[in-house]
Structure formats: structure tokens, C-alpha cells
Design a protein around this ligand. Structure first.
Ligand code: ATP
Length: 710
């Protein structure tokens, strides 16, 4: 523990709550904001009390956790064995002290009577040996049980966490506090889940307390009748306890703080570090000849930042462990107190020296074991607050309320209701993204009839994609209403609404799963059907290039698990003179030098289109009534684009379609409704002919695009 105090100039910042004020200080490149309660209790134990209150609040979660663990199939017998081994292990040191006391009394008798009870001596020796053997075996048993128990819990917990992640909607997931909460719950430490660490900690504390109580009882029993024994025992323990009190967890501060940096040079350094380390940027980094420029920029920024180039972790450590105290100077001499008193007593009563020397040795030995146990407990108590809070968060994570509330009305009431598409209407809709300053949509109104084709065109950032996001209820508008099939969209069950819509976003992602799974997830109901997946790929023009990949449809675009290597770096010369080269191992294991399948942008877009086809194009009696496509052809070549639009156009009359695009010609001519957007609003709307006749912005841009082909 570093014994440093941070002394920095600070200033008060306005707080949003009358109950707190905020203090801002500068730590290196970091701005440190600390929230301080205005009427904070001043008495010294206040932080301890608030911690205790929090711990009590966490206890029901702890009990629930134990109950849940015991309900995992296979766990109860393992837990029982683990607890028995742990408690047994805790009793052994006390039994060993008892044998030591017996030995002491034999020694004492031998000095006084010059005779030894040999049988008793052998029994004691055998007892001590049994203690050592028992301790060894109990440790072994515990270690053996620990692995399967941890594995059972981890598997069960992984499911709980997966569900907690999966149920969150988009705006909720993007909240910083939710992200932090999720991160805390999945924080695996060398394969040990939060739950396992908590169980381990709780069982350690129980076993230490058992050890302490047993040791104390045995010590009292052994020292009974020894001259000065109890006095020395009390003094030794007192001195040792004071020594470790300097490290007490209650002295650790409870502070509410946040640290951020706005130091441009420091941020720039971090940015460049990412650029040189991330695969993602390597291509442009190399082609852009950026090595020299990057090094010089990094160096310049580094010189300006100077020695302040420290990550927050370094400061955070000092903030959380700030406590040097005068105590640390005095606690060592205190530990010597028992010896000093013993020496004085020995001078006063010289006749009792031999026995008291033996007593002192036993007491000091026992006391040091006692204190070791005590320190061990304090060390673990430090973690208990963190651990209990983590358990509470684990359970609360499953209850994080979603920002988008679910509706109650099922949709459609009858399948025939959406067979020829679903009507979509926006009525005076305005919307601002969370934390954004300006509106992404301002007073938007339009209406698309069932089976119609609507094309939204307009400049970058005008709000086209946002319309599609609101139609799927990724977000809800601040003002106005959206009607889907005649119902206010907020009243419909979210699951049903999203089942009735098939969407391809502009910023679609291909998941770190196989190509097959990436396509199949377009329609979870038929995801098991390989023929359907293949057909969807064929219709999207993806089948032929996927078949050419070495692993075909089983190819992973970006493997989620990479191959692990030993830490000896490639190229290092070993002491035998051999250069380390992993090629042989790679060849034997069938590992390719590049693990990711390289696909072009257009090929990836075809896979995304295939995913959309799974539900929208292929199913004859599809539940889908609305197709939303955001720039679906941006990366496609002209032939593929033509084929895509041709195929989608055939759905007209069957499904309502809303496209957002920058390319006019191919689609807009066939559209029932064109929305021309600019600056978050609809500037012009109508059919292609009507808008050309109007000779406004749409007409101007259409002519501009048409000219390119003349
Ligand atoms: N997640 C977001 N958070 C905050 N603002 C956003 C977010 N997504 C988009 N915006 C902002 O909302 C506005 C509309 O964005 P939108 O993506 O709808 O535009 P667009 O017309 O689809 O643009 P493009 O043609 O470039 O795809 C833009 O000003 C954009 O910066």
C-alpha cells in the first residue's frame, strides 16, 4: 500500500443537487471531480457506518446467491464437501497448538521431576504428524472440489448474464451507467466468476473466524495455570492487533468521484497508440505511409505532455489508498512491548524464568498464528464490500428497466391483415438522439399505404436513417405519433412489431459467427434449415463466392477466438542457438497465418442482403409486412444493384417498402411516394413525375445524377 497523500489545489464547481457540492482538482492531465455531501456527518466512524449500511442492504442478494448456487444441479454435494474441507482445515492449527501445549507441559514436568512420560510423548508426536497430514489432505480435497464447483457456477452464471445482455434495448444498452454495470458483472478474473469469488471469500472468512475462535479457546486452555501466561497472552495479542490495525479497511476512504481528461496531447497520444496497435487501422496506416508522421506526432505530443503521461489507474490507486499516518511510525515499537514486560517480570521474579520462557515462546508462536489469521481476515474483509456490491449488481442487472416500454396489443390480430403490406404513418414526429443538441427529425409527417414503395432521399445527416430507426422503435419520438397498421406503434407488443418488419440498416454488421449463422439469423424460426440459408445466399448473389471459401458456409468472417501462443516471441534466439519460429506448429495445427476471411465490401453487403431475404423474400406466407432498407446497394456493383431492386420491386403489392438511398434513378421512378429530406425535415414529397414537374431540389439532383450517364 503506497503511503502517499495527494495535496493539490482545488476549486468548487456548481452542483446540480443542493445536498452536494463538487470539488475539482487537477492531477497530472486529469481533471478530478469529487462530490462532497454538504451536511456530511463529521464523526470519524461515519464512513464505516455508511459501509455497514450498504453491506446490510446487500445481504439479501448474498442469501439469494447462495440459494441459487444450491439449486444448480450437481452443486449441493460439492458445496458440502468444500465447506467440510474448509472448516476442517480451519480447526487443524488450533489442534496443533493444543499438542504444542501438551509438549510444553511434558517439558515443564521433565525439568521439575527429571522424568518423561514416553507414551504420552509418542502420542503427542503422532498427533502433530496427523495434524500435518490432515491439513495436507483437506487442502487437496478442497482444491479438487473447487474446479468442478467453479465450472458449474460459471456455466450457470454465463446464461444469466447472456440473458441480461440480450434483453436490453438499444438506448438502454448505450447508457454509460448500464455499460459500467454490465462490465462489473462479467468481470471474470482468471476464469473465476464474481459468484465464485464471493463464495470463496465468504467461506474463507467463516473458516478464519472458526480458526480464531478455536485458537483462542485452545490457548486459554493451554495457558491455564501458567505463571504470567494470561497476562503475556493478552499483551502480545493486544500489541499484534494494534500493529495490524494500521492496515484496517475502515480507514480506506469512501469517496464519490469521476476523473476525465481534456488534455489534447494526451488524448492524441492515446489515439495514435490505438492506430499503431489495432488491426483495423493497419491497412490505411501502411498505404497512407503514416509511420513517419505518426512517430513524429506521437513524439511531439509526448514532449508536450511530459511526465504527466500517466493513465488514471496510477492516480486512482493513490486516491483510494491515501492513508499514511503517524500510526505507522509507532506500531513497530508497540510490538516489542510484551518482551519488555517479560524482561521486567523476569528481573523481579528470577525463579520463574525457565517456565515463563517456555510460556513466552508458546504464547508468541500462538499469538503470531492468531495475528496472522486476524490479518488474513482483515485482508479479506477489504474485499467483502466490493464483492457484496458486485453480487447486488449481478442481480440488479437482470432488472435494468428498458427505455423503450413494451406495448400490450398483439399484432397482427390475423395473419391476413399484413399479407399485402402494412400501412405506416408518421404524424408531426420530432426526435432528438439522447445527449444530442439538435433535432434529428423536426415535425415529420407522411403516410405510406399497404404494399406501396416509399423512397427517402436527401443529403447526408438529413434524418433518413432516423426515420427507419423510429419505425422499428429503436427509439421513441419526443413529439408526434407513428402509426403501424393503423395502431399507435407504442401500443403494439414490441416482439410482434419487430416480427412484422424486416430491416437492413446502412451500418449493418456481420456478426463474429459463421457465414451460415449470419444469414440464418435473418429468420430465427427457420434458422436450422440449411437449404433455406443457401437459397437466401443464392438470391442475394452470395452463394458462389461463399462456396469458394475454404470453409464455405462455415467460414468465420472474424474468428471470435484467436489461437494462443507461448510467450517466447517469434524470432528470439534460444540458448541452444535455435531461432524461435512458430511455422511448424502452425502447419501441424492447421492454423493459417491470417485467420480472418477476407471479403470485399460488396460481398459483405450481399451477405447482409441474404440475411434480410431469409424473412422477406422467400417466405410465401411471411409474417413480414414492412421492409425497411437503408442504402442496401451502397457497396454493390451495378448488376447486383439492378438485380436487388428488381427482386424487391416484385414484392410491391405484397409488402410495404421504405428505402433510404442516395442513388435516385433506379428506384425513385417506381416509387409511390418520394420524400426529399434536408435539415431534419421533409422538403418535398410526391411521385417522381410530380417532383420533376415541381422542378425543385429533387428535380435538380435527379438531373445531376442523370447527366453523369449522358
Ligand atoms: N446515435 C446517434 N446519436 C446522436 N446523433 C445521431 C445519432 N445517429 C445520427 N445522429 C444525428 O442525427 C442526424 C440524422 O442522422 P441520420 O443518420 O438519420 O442521417 P441520414 O440522412 O441517414 O444520413 P446519411 O445520408 O449520411 O446516411 C445527423 O445530424 C446525425 O449526426
Amino acid at each position: 500500500m503506497p503511503h502517499n497523500t495527494i495535496k493539490v489545489a482545488s476549486e468548487d464547481v456548481k452542483s446540480t443537487s443542493p445536498k452536494t457540492h463538487i470539488k475539482r482538482s487537477r492531477l497530472g492531465v486529469w481533471d478530478f471531480y469529487e462530490e462532497i455531501e454538504v451536511d456530511r456527518p463529521r464523526f470519524a466512524l461515519a464512513p464505516l457506518l455508511s459501509k455497514l449500511k450498504e453491506l446490510v442492504h446487500c445481504l439479501p442478494y448474498l442469501l439469494r446467491m447462495f440459494k441459487d448456487v444450491l439449486s444448480i444441479p450437481g452443486c449441493p454435494p460439492l458445496v458440502l464437501i468444500y465447506v467440510v474441507a474448509q472448516l476442517g482445515g480451519a480447526l487443524v492449527p488450533a489442534i496443533a497448538i493444543w499438542f504444542k501445549g501438551q509438549l510444553l507441559s511434558i517439558t515443564q514436568m521433565a525439568i521439575e521431576t527429571r522424568t518423561v512420560d514416553k507414551e504420552r510423548l509418542i502420542r503427542i508426536a503422532a498427533g502433530r504428524l496427523t495434524c500435518t497430514v490432515a491439513s495436507f489432505f483437506l487442502d487437496q480435497i478442497r482444491a479438487k472440489v473447487e474446479r468442478p464447483l467453479n465450472a458449474h457456477i460459471r456455466r450457470w452464471w454465463a446464461l444469466h448474464c447472456f440473458h441480461a445482455y440480450a434483453r436490453l434495448d438499444h438506448p438502454t444498452y448505450n447508457k454509460t451507467e448500464v455499460k459500467r454495470q454490465l462490465q462489473d458483472t462479467t468481470d471474470d478474473y482468471y476464469g473465476q466468476s464474481v459468484i465464485w469469488r464471493t463464495i470463496e471469500l465468504a467461506s474463507d472468512i467463516v473458516s478464519i473466524v472458526t480458526r480464531l475462535v478455536a485458537q483462542t479457546l485452545v490457548l486459554v486452555q493451554v495457558l491455564h495455570g501458567q505463571p504470567d501466561g494470561p497476562l503475556l497472552a493478552v499483551l502480545t495479542l493486544f500489541a499484534q492487533v494494534l500493529v495490524c490495525a494500521a492496515d484496517m479497511p475502515i480507514l480506506r476512504s469512501t469517496r464519490i468521484w469521476l476523473a476525465k481528461t481534456v488534455d489534447h496531447d494526451f488524448i492524441k497520444m492515446k489515439g495514435w497508440k490505438h492506430v499503431v496497435r489495432e488491426d483495423l487501422h493497419r491497412k490505411e496506416f501502411v498505404v497512407g505511409n503514416l509511420a513517419g508522421h505518426a512517430s513524429s506526432e506521437f513524439k511531439k505530443a509526448s514532449e508536450r505532455v511530459g511526465d504527466n503521461d500517466t493513465d488514471w489507474s496510477e492516480w486512482g490507486y493513490l486516491i483510494d489508498w491515501p492513508l499514511p499516518s503517524i500510526w505507522s511510525v509507532f506500531h513497530q515499537p508497540l510490538a516489542q512491548l510484551p518482551q519488555i514486560i517479560f524482561t521486567l517480570r523476569a528481573a523481579q521474579y528470577p525463579m520463574s524464568i525457565p517456565v515463563s520462557l517456555a510460556s513466552l515462546s508458546l504464547i508468541q508462536d500462538a499469538a503470531s498464528k492468531f495475528v496472522w489469521s486476524f490479518q488474513d481476515m482483515i485482508y479479506r474483509m477489504r474485499g467483502i464490500e466490493h464483492q457484496l456490491t458486485a453480487v447486488k449488481k449481478l442481480y440488479e442487472v437482470a432488472k435494468i428497466p428498458n427505455v423503450i416500454p413494451d406495448g400490450t396489443i398483439p399484432f397482427p390480430e390475423e395473419a391476413s391483415q399484413i399479407r399485402s403490406g402494412v400501412a405506416l404513418e408518421f404524424r408531426n414526429v420530432s426526435f432528438k438522439y439522447p445527449d444530442a443538441e439538435k433535432c434529428a427529425l423536426r415535425n415529420i409527417s407522411f403516410s405510406v399505404e399497404p404494399g406501396q414503395l416509399c423512397v427517402i432521399v436527401g443529403s447526408n445527416g438529413s434524418g433518413k436513417s432516423t426515420i427507419l430507426k423510429l419505425a422499428t422503435r429503436l427509439y421513441d419520438p419526443e413529439e408526434g405519433e407513428i402509426f403501424f397498421g393503423g395502431h399507435d406503434i407504442r401500443t403494439l407488443k414490441l416482439y410482434d412489431l419487430r416480427q412484422a418488419i424486416s430491416v437492413l440498416f446502412q451500418d449493418y454488421t456481420l456478426f463474429p459467427l459463421s457465414i451460415r449463422d449470419n444469414i440464418a439469423m435473418g429468420d430465427p424460426a427457420t434458422a436450422h434449415d440449411d437449404d433455406r440459408v443457401r437459397l437466401a445466399a443464392r438470391l442475394a448473389g452470395a452463394e458462389s463466392f461463399v462456396d469458394k471459401l475454404p470453409d464455405g458456409f462455415n467460414t468465420y468472417l472474424e474468428p471470435p477466438v484467436s489461437t494462443e501462443y507461448s510467450s517466447t516471441p517469434e524470432g528470439q534466439t534460444l540458448f541452444t542457438g535455435r531461432k524461435v519460429n512458430y511455422d511448424g506448429l502452425r502447419e501441424a495445427a492447421g492454423v493459417k497465418s491470417t485467420e480472418a476471411a477476407a471479403l470485399s465490401g460488396g460481398q459483405m453487403q450481399r451477405l447482409a442482403v441474404a440475411r434480410t431475404y431469409m424473412r422477406s423474400v422467400m417466405q410465401e406466407h411471411s409474417e413480414v409486412g414492412l421492409l425497411l432498407l437503408d442504402e442496401p446497394s451502397a457497396a454493390l456493383d451495378s448488376a447486383a444493384e439492378h438485380e436487388l431492386f428488381d427482386r424487391l420491386r416484385k414484392l410491391r403489392g405484397n409488402k410495404t417498402m421504405v428505402f433510404s438511398t442516395h442513388r435516385f434513378g433506379n428506384l425513385t421512378k417506381h416509387a409511390d411516394l418520394i420524400l426529399y429530406m434536408d435539415e431534419s425535415g421533409i422538403v418535398e414529397s410526391g411521385t417522381h413525375e410530380a417532383l420533376l414537374k415541381r422542378d425543385g431540389e429533387y428535380a435538380r439532383l435527379w438531373k445531376l445524377q442523370a447527366q453523369a450517364f449522358v
